[in-house]
Design a binder for this molecule. Sequence first.
Ligand code: PLP
Length: 1019
Amino acid sequence: MNQTTIPPLPYNPKALPRETARHYIPATAQDIQAMLGSLGLSQLDELLQHIPASVRMAEPLALPEELSYEALYRHVVEQSRKNCVPDMAFLGDGLPHYKVPDLVPFVAGLRELMTAYTPYQPERSQGTLMTQWLYQCCLAMLTGFEAMNASQYDRATSLVEALYTAARLSRQGHTHFLLLGSLWPQDLEVVRTLLEGTRLTYDVVPIDPARGTVPLAALEQQATVKADTLAGIAFPQVGSLGCLEDVDGLTDLAHRLGVRAIVVTDPMLLATGGLKAPGTFGQEGEGADILVGEAQHLAIPPHYGGPGLGVFGMRYNAAHQQDMRQAPGRFVGDAQDEAGRPAKVMVLSTREQHIRRHKATSNICTNQGFVATLTAAAILARGEQGMQEACARGRTNATTAARALLRLPGVRLAFPDTPFWNAFVLALPCSSAAMIETARQRGIHLGVDVSSRLPGSTGNHLLLSFSDLQEPAHLERLTEVFVEMLGAPDPAGAPAHATTVTLPEVPTAYLRREPVGLPSWDGEQLRTFFTSLSEQNISPDRTCYPLGSCTMKYNPYINEVAASLSGFAQLHPDAPLADAQGTLEVLYNLQEYFKAITGLPAVTTQPVAGAQGELVGLKMFQAYHRSRGETQRDVVLIPHSAHGTNPATATMAGFETVQRGAETLSGVVEIHAGSNGQIDLDHLRQLLTRYRGRIAGIMITNPNTSGVFETRFQEIAALMHAEGGLVYMDGANMNAIAGWVDLGALGVDAVHNNNHKTWTIPHGGGGPGDAIVAVSARLAPFLPGVQVVRTAHGYALEHPSQSIGSVHRHFGNMGHKIRAYTYLRALGRQGVRRMSAVAVLAARYLHQRLKGHFPTLPRETPDSPRMHEFIITLPEATFEKLEAAGISRTRAIGPFGKLFLDFGYHAPTVSFPEAQGLMIEPTESYTKAELDRFADAIIMMLQLVNEQPTILHTVPHFTPVDRIDDVSANKRVVVSARLTTLPPVLPNRIAPDQLAQMPLEAIAEAIRTASAAKRQRPG
Ligand SMILES: Cc1ncc(COP(=O)(O)O)c(C=O)c1O
């Protein structure tokens, strides 16, 4: 390619030292030697000597050679241009494509919002919390639902979560559902995949092929038959054939039957002038009970299907005070700090997996948070008028196109009597697949062949979708292309004027009654607002962000550029494969790279987060056992130290725990840790005997959450396999071992890689994450979704022979795969090993520096070599001083974590997996000088507390707000409000940038002064 055709980068990489460092590792060769030297080592590979040779990976990894920065940029641009994205498309089909307001890329570029972690430290995360609160408010205004969740993976998994929620809400313990056949087939497939093997059951009620909707009478009949087990009815507002369902009738029917009305909707269509708000469905206007939808298109382009944004809403009003406590995922609520300042905090987290483990309402952890942030920005940028216009344009474009096309010979509406909004199905006088291909050759993505959704179709049904992207010229061209293919209107048979074609009218009862009332602000005001919100957060760009288990490493800017290249970002997942070759090649290569990185023979790129990877793993375990007739395997072994998602996932997969007294009969069984911090093999053997023939598998985090490599993993896997069970490795900590350990040799059957940890995808203040799951040969036939295969004619898609089905409505978080791919091309075959070795080196070095000051946890294992992270606690003498100052041992670690905020850092992971632990993971992204300052700061924190324990009563001091009172926030939960003004943004009292420039002693002094001032404050 001619180099001049490459657009300039939107930033100067030379001004970003981490960006241009080889493998994004800024430590110099001298830094590395000095750190190794302080550990008594001379080479990086000595750090991993304790890993058994039998599981070490043979060099080199089968990855391409690393690319220089310039070559990398050129490569991704060229790769994106292998896709063909025409400027005219009428796809949609559950993932519409709208114009993106300018504010969205601006907010996406605010690194403190985009790269921050989940807001578990609310005083340092007010920026993220506020954007997610705004999302909840905007969605509440659009939908009429009071409690909108921020947020689920995509519409399909939201629907699954809605079914679980409705089952939990059923007073009679009902677990059966009726799903309308007009729901998106992609979503129904995900429901099928994820409910298989669980106690939830469902029937799909078929559509009437003449109307494109489900007849109420047929539904009622089926509901009556199932009345004694029915928990809910799930229906779309606009079905997969573009037809509008009778939402009032459906809601009333559900309520007459005493079950939950679950509506699947598109928030874009709920703008003023659009469709009826689900909070007002029903003759009496009481509304549906649970709301599900997709919101990706409100904020970002299709990205070949993701990152999506699953919309999830619950009622929270006088009649439904407690329902929300059964909802999955995160809500942001109103709060105050200790001084009464307004603030935001995550509420209701006692339902979440990190607290309730196998009893959690869901396994969801990393979600789609940043897409929610961007959706808030997009809605605020459009304002009332902009949302109304976007919705109206889709409608007008659809009716204009319909009127023009229906004049053509043989073209008719497939459902002439059923109202539609912005999408309709045409019955053509020819094959729709042939039309789609002809149009493709003329540079148009015409629509989606929906013939398979219609019994009796002869392959001639075409769904066309419209939005605000089509200009009048596009509609004219569309008609011209139809004319070229089908011939001109018959002057004798067709009406003289297009406008005289009659379209089914949308009944007033289907339309919104009241305006949404979204406020409007100008672009500059919003840019200033979001910028000041970003300043309330911090980013790993700036400094060490030491959250153990979360791998908060540097996220290269170039990944963002790659993902937003129009060839990748604008590509719709329904684009013909011939036009998606660039993206498919990336997916194919990722499959190959992750085979090389893990040492396992097959890979799926569909899962969108670690927890979903776990679920995929366990669903495959079930399918494998089922295929061997071993359906009795109902036990999963999980160590006590495992992340909460592991037990929560097992429950969601169908391994529900049944106990009799202290004895676990089935479900999740805990394995103890031995004195070396690793799995206790004696206990494992006992469990294997106790549950013989019933064990589906084991889930092991390796390296484990204490940062220790499970040196006897191979032996554990062999024991498990001998019992007929399978081995899941939680790969959240791959940053420690990637390129060094052969997971195939370890005996792993399935492993997830959290791409938002190891593979540099930004955390986005809680998501979107991403995952790639690799499996052993025995599980390969069961992989979810599709595999990309290379054929003589290019890249194609293939379904694994015994696939469990899809776990996402499309291909997963494809935008994130581009980021991971870009990173891997920068690392190349040497970079992966170097990355993990330097990550281990940084952790060992930091641990070494802190060891003399802080005890290591678990206490019995101070000398077990740590990998990429380690856990420390306060010395006994400090705990005693704190207790004397009224801070009990159990309440000391949280406030000590807040001291990190005062020094300009994010806190480490506190109280997990050890109640009194601080889990620190420095990653490979920082220089020795940065690690040294960090170590000095932690030592100074200890000195401060020893000298004046009461400081922990007043921390943090320099964040925009003081300690937040989350207890009150959880007592009186407020999760939405009508937006009228932009909420005030409080400034940092000392900004992290300023703290980074201050000598540590000066920070300590400022803390002493601020603490004294606070203590003198009345009350
Ligand atoms: C050890 C471990 N396992 C699993 C997970 C879950 O991954 P995700 O948050 O991507 O769903 C995490 C995430 O924080 C983790 O640290």
